[in-house]
Design a protein around this ligand. Structure first.
Ligand SMILES: Nc1ncnc2c1ncn2[C@@H]1O[C@H](COP(=O)(O)OP(=O)(O)O)[C@@H](O)[C@H]1O
Ligand SMILES: [Mg+2]
Length: 368
């Protein structure tokens, strides 16, 4: 068997062209990680073992550690379409399950604002492949949360414009239901922010291995290929821990931190095209020390992979490494002078600011 295909879960499954489009294609910059291979092996190993099946995964850890990309990499490896839901505080049950939209008559439709007409038409004309939120995101170019809010306004509007009439209703399943029913990989981003306990319960029952979801129109069974990947940043301000009941449904968890220095350098080189190993080494080392120091001193911000990429990219473009350290990394962690002093001290005591100056000099010399 081809190495690339060793983890395909359901080789006999026929996907539609639209579904095939949803399978992630690894870009050349993607580097397979240990976590990725471990999860694939685990899922594959237990795939046909009934109750022991592993289909609810939790990736918890630092922002930028690669959780979303790992969920996408699973799509590529396992051969399943990828989709995601970005949770938000005011999520309600229609966001988890879907919405019932009355079909407004042509006359009423024509009296509405042009944008409202456009949105309702897009919804009525959809072939049912996309969820309502996806349709609105496409038409308006907005985030999932904004699309969800917009949908609620449209529901109200449609209800007002059909009052007292005998109308046809259409049900629009949510992205969650779609993935659940059709057997996709669903990344559930940050369910920790959801406030309504009933919404958490609905999400929780959707994660039952042998579960089903009750829609107003029908009962939907969990597709055997449905895999839920919950991704959550540990401990960031305003973020509660993951609900215990949800946590209890998880069958495999990865703790996602800053990757090892080698991997950090590899990813940064792949992403920015900058390949000066000596420089990348010092920058990575500094990120690691800042990350540790921030934690040890209860400084809230993060020095993560994203800061590292932007910093390396600025240096690659000729910016001073010392100066851009502040704009790309330190000020993103904190702008409090006392906290900045603590971070600087940590770098000085490990000789890292000196190393930074050294590699900068080297770079300048080779350019002359
Ligand atoms: N395995 C990988 N190989 C190369 N780059 C990666 C890998 N994983 C993550 N990255 C890069 O790191 C950045 C952050 O990854 P992301 O998955 O968005 O993190 P998170 O979801 O944990 O916040 C992205 O720019 C992504 O392209
Ligand atoms: Mg993410």
């Amino acid at each position: 068997m081809n190495m690339e295909e060793q983890f395909i879960l359901s080789p006999a499954r026929q996907l539609t062209d639209a579904e095939k489009e949803l399978i992630w294609r690894r870009p050349p910059s993607h580097k397979a990680s240990e976590e990725e291979l471990r999860i694939c092996r685990e899922i594959k190993r237990n795939w046909n073992r009934g109750e022991m099946k592993i289909a609810n995964i939790l990736l918890e850890g630092d922002a930028g550690s690669g959780k979303t990309q790992l969920a996408k990499a699973l799509s590529a490896r396992l051969g399943l379409p990828y989709t995601k839901v970005t949770c938000f505080a005011d999520m309600d049950k229609t966001d988890v399950i879907g919405a019932i939209l009355p079909v407004v008559s042509r006359e009423s439709l024509e009296k509405m604002e042009p944008e409202e007409q456009k949105l309702l038409k897009a919804l009525y004309e959809s072939d049912g492949f996309q969820s309502a939120a996806e349709i609105l995101m496409d038409v308006l170019g907005v985030s999932q949360e904004q699309a969800a809010l917009r949908m609620k306004k449209l529901l109200k509007l449609a209800a007002e414009n059909t009052e007292g009439e005998a109308v046809e209703y259409r049900f629009y399943p949510s992205e969650i239901v779609r993935a659940y029913q059709k057997g996709y990989i669903l990344e559930i981003q940050e369910p920790t922010v959801i406030r309504d306990a009933a919404v958490l319960m609905a999400l929780n029952s959707a994660l039952e291995l042998d579960g089903s979801i009750n829609l107003p129109t029908e009962i939907i069974r969990r597709h055997p290929d449905f895999i839920a990947v919950i991704t959550t940043n540990r401990n960031y301000a305003g973020c509660r821990p993951l609900n215990e009941a949800l946590r209890d449904r998880i069958q495999h968890t990865e703790k996602m931190d800053l990757p090892p220095k080698e991997v950090m350098m590899e990813r940064a080189a792949a992403k920015t095209g900058y390949r000066n190993r000596e420089v990348l080494d010092v920058l990575a080392e500094i990120i690691i020390v800042l990350d540790k120091t921030a934690r040890a001193n209860a400084i809230k911000g993060v020095a993560g992979m994203r800061s590292f990429f932007y910093w390396a990219d600025a240096v690659a473009a000729g910016a001073s490494a010392r100066e851009s350290l502040y704009h790309k990394v330190i000020y993103k962690i904190t702008t409090d002078s006392e906290e900045i002093r603590l971070l600087e001290e940590a770098l000085t005591s490990q000789g890292l600011l000196a190393s930074l100056e050294e590699v900068e000099l080297e770079v300048k010399k080779t350019k002359c």
